[in-house]
Design a protein around this ligand. Structure first.
Ligand SMILES: Cc1cc2nc3c(=O)[nH]c(=O)nc-3n(C[C@H](O)[C@H](O)[C@H](O)COP(=O)(O)O)c2cc1C
Length: 332
């Protein structure tokens, strides 16, 4: 059976499949490369609302959404309602279709200034931020959060109800506490509880790494959409498989290793073209390591790639690997 589209305010998102914001990873090049696999919505890396007061070149690059496939959501973090409202107006002017508020980041560099998941320690502040951002822009505002700061303070239902009352159009829940970071498992029972508690759409997130399991989680929790993060890295075919199931078709198989690496080459070349070699090479090390997953000799290849500083050399290693994967087996 075909899944229903995700409605975010007046926007209709099809398929209800969202690429998670990932700082240092989901830049515009990466989003544009992964979107055609079947994503309905992509989200930028989080952007500091404070940094937007100064508008450095790198920050402006992060929020420039012109000329991209639509819709795209720009994510902001910060603890001050007025600064967040100002930042929301700026990103809207720079082409965001949706403004997303980050109440989920557990990284100390963010929480030490009361941003990200630290906001969940003060639901009144969360509400003030959401009200200020909703009032500042003429596009839908969404919010992404964790369950709470700690196991003892699971505030997600309270904060989500405040979001709904403030005019937020959809809520994403990464079903872990901030204290958990990435430990343990995301607990999808909380996503089901959230879905029963609010009327605005719920996007479920956490640990989805298999198409059939993802669809089961979506069905069982009642989530209106699912968000995929780490498991898509080096494996965008997971996106295509979930899209197949959402369209009522059997999931396509993962392509053979050589084909996967050919896509890695396209990814590498596009990053070099758009970011320049000096920025692309270090970023592509982690991507290549993930594309190599499951390929014979991957550990040795990863080690080689980690030491390489030139795009041509790294691409040479991958081309060599493709050739060896495609070479006909020699009879003994
Ligand atoms: C490298 C990395 C960077 C991330 N950066 C962000 C971010 O900027 N904003 C955000 O809301 N979440 C961020 N997250 C969290 C993801 O969006 C997602 O909630 C989390 O990884 C759980 O989903 P997954 O199990 O599918 O990866 C990041 C996660 C990773 C691994």
């Amino acid at each position: 059976m075909r899944s229903a589209p995700l409605k975010i305010g007046s926007l209709e998102v099809w398929p209800p499949l969202v690429l998670a914001p990932m700082s240092g990873v989901t830049n515009r090049t990466m989003r544009a490369l992964y979107r055609p696999f079947g994503l309905g919505l992509t989200v930028t890396e989080f952007v500091s609302s404070n940094a937007l007061k100064y508008g450095s070149r790198r920050t402006m690059e992060m929020i420039d959404q012109h000329g991209l496939e639509k819709p795209v959501s720009t994510q902001l973090w910060g603890d001050d309602p007025q600064t967040m409202a100002h930042a929301a107006r700026v990103v809207r002017e720079c082409g965001a279709d949706i403004v997303d508020i980050n109440f989920g980041c557990p990284a100390p560099k963010v929480t030490k200034t009361n941003g990200g998941s630290a906001c969940l320690r003060d639901p009144d502040r969360c509400e003030a931020i959401m009200r200020a951002v909703v009032a500042a822009v003429d596009c839908p505002v969404t919010m992404k959060m964790r369950l709470g700061w700690s196991e003892e303070t699971l505030v997600y239902i309270d904060v989500a109800r405040r979001a709904q009352n403030a005019g937020v159009a959809a809520v994403t829940l990464h079903a872990r506490t901030a204290r958990q970071f990435y430990k343990g498992d995301a607990d999808w029972e909380h996503i089901a509880r959230l879905k029963r508690a609010i009327d605005i759409p719920v996007i479920g997130n956490g640990d989805l790494d298999d198409a059939h399991v993802a669809m089961r989680r979506m069905r069982e929790s009642g989530a209106d959409a699912i968000m995929l993060g780490r498991a898509t890295l080096g494996n965008p075919w997971l996106i295509a498989q979930i899209r197949d199931l959402m369209e009522g078709r059997p999931a396509r198989p993962t392509p053979p290793a050589a084909q996967r690496l050919r896509f890695a080459v396209v990814h590498y070349r596009t990053m070099v073209d758009e970011l320049g070699e000096a920025r692309a090479v270090p970023q592509m090390r982690k991507h290549l390591a993930l594309y190599l997953k499951g390929i014979p000799g991957a550990a040795v290849l990863r080690e080689r790639i980690m030491r390489i500083d030139s795009a041509a050399e790294a691409l040479g290693v991958i081309e060599e690997t493709i050739a060896s994967l495609e070479a006909p087996a020699v009879a003994a």
